[in-house]
Design a protein around this ligand. Sequence first.
Ligand SMILES: *Cc1c(COP(=O)(O)O)cnc(C)c1O
Length: 338
Amino acid sequence: MRWLNLQPGDEVICSTLTFSASVNPVLYERATPVFVDCDDISWNMAPALLAEAIEHRLKQGKKPKAVILVHLYGQSADIDPIAATCAKHAIPLIEDAAEALGAVYYGTAQRTEDSGQMTTAKSSSVVRPPSSGVAPGSVGLCGVHSFNGNKIITTSGGGMLTSNNAKLIDKARFWATQARDPAPHYEHSEIGFNYRMSNVLAAIGRGQLRVLEERVDARRRNCAFYQAAFKDLPGVAFMPEANFGRCTRWLTCITVDPRAAGTDREKIRLALERENIEARPVWKPMHLQPIFKGCPAYGGAVAERLFENGLCLPSGSNLAESDLVRVVEAFRKAFDRR
Ligand SMILES: *Cc1c(COP(=O)(O)O)cnc(C)c1O
């Protein structure tokens, strides 16, 4: 955000369905976020709505200074049309891939004809090699990654900035290490941050990178287990795996349609909690958050519905089958109690 040289009143377009950390840096630089809704295909930013939002902002005489695209819950957004829209208007694209390390985006060239449609568990099990796609976070001006404790690879805390722009990386490294000017003494002509990762933590992260594919397999196995176990439950649906990518299933996310299910997300969450099993609602959209009150928003109904009906199930890479069985039994009890 600092690289963009934002001024108060400048606008940055952001995904509304995300964690607040995607958006806070816009406020650190005193600019204003403008929120765009997600779609049902990938739960990520809706490409057509983004195009509309940009056109509308341009008509207001406010050209967005950047788009922050989030790749949620281990699934790539549909990057190609979004990158094309950004390129058309010369707006920098920044990718928040904090939840998507290990995910793959195959892109337009790789699409099948039903592209962009929801895939069933069966059709999405056609596994294409990750090497035939790109990593979310590697397409835009830069990508941000997280190694926080809950991510697929963790160094307990910290993250990573990636870019093909060497000047940007050099400047980010400068700012992240207390902005020390090149001099034998401590000389400062800019205000910096202590945003660097320690060498010890970086070493731990590099070790885990080697087992990333195994972690993805484990997370996908969790999801497949839940899918098989809840097949007969009415009103329970899983986050679709869009066929333009490979989702890591970092978290297994479901939605519960209360009318079909006869129970709801919250009753199920509480039933799990009673058995000491933590499950959390899907992200509360940013356009509903007190800190972002008054910021412009385009759409929002899809994200609101996912928040209302969505639940993230226990999804750790180290869950044993007995753990999954325990979750499934507690979950099914909520249905038995209808
Ligand atoms: C975890 C997360 C972040 C923040 O990562 P930190 O390492 O905690 O700063 C940012 N965006 C999303 C979408 C996340 O899930």
